[in-house]
Design a protein around this ligand. Structure first.
Ligand SMILES: C[S@@+](CC[C@H](N)C(=O)[O-])C[C@H]1O[C@@H](n2cnc3c(N)ncnc32)[C@H](O)[C@@H]1O
Length: 559
């Protein structure tokens, strides 16, 4: 997990950065010159440039045509640390990330001997790594950690992992002032955040906490000894850093299943689009190196785009998330289209006049307005946005409840049956439930594949095919919804294999369930999962796909 740069020419530790690409380091100017002549002249010719406009701020512009799968850039993070946005459950977990290496460890077992923050073992190498725990350890030593036997609440209150990354960013000014300057110059939306609930939460949970426990004692020592350790250390700066993390931090999935966050100076310059043209992966074995690639062919002059939100949320939910957490309104092609590119992912069934459904669907009149009323695509009925919001929040609660419990297949079937009266069959809430249901059919006790009725198997297959049709519209180049699609394709194949087994020999001549479709599903899943091989979920899914391929191969005689 060494994040220190190596000379692009000779491989030793290096600090001098190429001013062109900002990616390659050198140990001395002579090696930079030699590398330029030998190789870097070609590499350094970036296919994009940094631009700025009033609407988006800084962004990346393609300065030549870029082919699908081209590596746009790779970069190491300025800083990494535990997730800054923990939910209430995560804030009170006794399994916490080691401050040295982020491995899971138990609160109260081993500690960093200097600051007494939890570690996986007392001699974890990350504890003395300058880019990892050493960054903040000296400041954390000012705290007074709880002792064994203290009320468990005092542990949760003292070890606030969501404040750690903010502190790490602040501490960068001690060991790496130029990286600190880069961080502090990222967009924080400080003014827009100021009157939000997030600002109030941050003020209590992070800013006051850090001052109370660590920064006030540090500053009083600074005054006593007439010495300055942290030149910049005030509440506004901590709020700015919190805003910078909210707007720019990227979530890095580790191979142990845990998620951490990192700031990537170039990676965070890509603007948002709900139908982006680029995607990224992390290499956790190489200092959390980020690689951005073109997800499709990109024309000269196009902006390089990524997505800051969930692709399978409906337009209102995506736009709400972007407005609340990223402080802008999205006006992309998908957001502008009331049908969401013909998927009807957010559409409601029209209840018609006097509860006589007309068979049409309600769509927002102006999807770019938060207060737009909705109208039917078949009859004159309109509903207000308040009515839509009310229905959607009730449905959202029911879906969250059932998804949280994942208790029984019947519960899912009943809710889907009920919601199909109100929502378009493609509605994202139904897709969420169906994505879980296809994984329950065939896997839950009493519902193994060979135990499912023909009708249930046919319904599983249909759900998978429908889901793939939606995915093909929302991710036509298969680079974003890859894990999601991989699961659907695996389940589609499982249903096909079981149905084809049950097919009577007399019907073979007019085969309905053809193993070649099962094989196509697996081959496609294997291809689209290539970019997920850095994640534990991707690897596990690939193993299942390989096993299924062997099985289908044996049955078709292609083993
Ligand atoms: C991760 S930063 C991107 C870099 C930023 N533009 C800058 O100048 O530092 C995200 C911010 O960029 C802006 N942004 C990104 N995508 C946008 C879009 N599609 N429309 C408008 N603003 C966008 C918003 O201000 C958002 O909060």
């Amino acid at each position: 997990m060494d994040m220190e740069a190596k000379c692009g020419y000779c491989g030793v530790q290096a600090k001098l950065k190429c001013a062109g690409c900002q990616q390659t380091y050198y140990c001395n100017p002579d090696h930079q010159k030699k590398h330029w002549r030998a190789k870097h002249k070609q590499e350094c010719a970036k296919p994009y440039e940094l631009a700025r406009n009033d609407e988006i701020g800084r962004h990346c512009l393609a300065n030549k045509a870029i082919l699908k799968d081209t590596v746009l850039f790779t970069e190491t993070p300025l800083v990494i640390g535990p997730k800054w946005n923990l939910d209430e459950y995560e804030q009170r977990s006794t399994i916490v990330p080691c401050v040295g290496c982020f491995a899971d460890c138990n609160l109260g077992l081993f500690y960093c001997e200097l600051c007494r923050w939890p570690a996986c073992k007392p001699d974890c190498p990350g504890l003395i790594n300058r880019s990892l725990h050493s960054l903040e350890c000296g400041i954390l030593r000012f705290g007074h950690p709880p002792k064994p036997g203290d009320d468990p609440e005092t542990f949760f209150d003292y070890y606030r992992y969501d404040a750690l990354l903010v502190l790490k960013c602040l501490a960068m000014q001690i060991c790496n002032p130029s990286s600190f300057d880069q961080i502090i110059n990222l967009e924080s939306h400080y003014d827009a955040r100021k009157n939000t609930r997030y600002y109030a939460d941050t003020d209590e949970r992070i800013v006051s906490y850090l001052f109370r426990n660590f920064l006030d004692p540090l500053q009083s020592l600074e005054r006593k000894e007439d010495k300055v350790v942290l030149k910049v250390c005030d509440r506004k700066t901590l709020h700015m850093i919190s805003g910078i993390l909210e707007v720019n931090a990227m979530v890095i999935p580790l191979s142990n299943g845990r998620e951490i966050c990192g700031l990537y100076p170039l990676g965070c310059m890509l603007e948002h689009n709900c139908m982006p043209n680029s995607f990224y992966t992390f290499d956790c074995s190489k200092g959390m190196k980020l690689t951005f690639k073109a997800g499709r062919d990109i024309q000269k002059g196009e902006h390089l785009t990524t997505t800051y939100t969930h692709s399978l949320w409906g337009t209102q939910l995506r736009r709400e998330h972007l407005k609340t957490n990223k402080y802008f309104v999205c006006k992309c092609e998908r957001c502008t289209d009331p049908t969401e590119l013909g998927t009807f992912l957010s559409s409601l069934r029209c209840m018609g006049v006097e509860s006589e459904p007309c068979g049409g669907f309600q769509l927002p009149i102006n999807p770019l307005s938060d207060t737009s009323d909705w109208k039917c695509n078949q009859c004159p009925v309109q509903v207000t946005h308040d009515q839509v919001n009310f229905i959607m929040s009730k449905i959202g609660e029911e879906v969250d409840y059932v998804m949280g419990r994942k208790s029984s297949i019947k519960e899912f079937e009943d809710l889907i049956y009920k919601l199909e009266n109100f929502l378009h069959p493609n509605h994202f809430h139904l897709q969420t439930l169906k994505h879980s249901l296809i994984q329950m059919y065939g896997h839950f006790p009493g519902h193994r594949l060979n135990e499912l009725s023909d009708a249930v198997l046919v319904s599983k297959l249909q759900m998978c095919r429908d889901m793939m049709s939606i995915i093909d519209v929302l991710d036509p180049d298969s680079f974003r919804l890859t894990l999601y699609a991989g699961v659907v394709l695996l389940e589609q194949q499982a249903a096909l294999v079981e149905l084809s087994k049950r097919q009577k020999p007399s019907t073979v001549s007019q085969q309905q369930y053809d193993l070649s479709e099962a094989l196509q599903c697996l081959v496609r899943a294997k291809t689209i999962l290539q970019n997920e091989m850095g994640t534990i979920q991707g690897k596990k899914l690939m193993e299942q796909i390989e096993r299924a391929l062997e099985n289908v191969g044996e049955q078709t005689g292609n083993a």
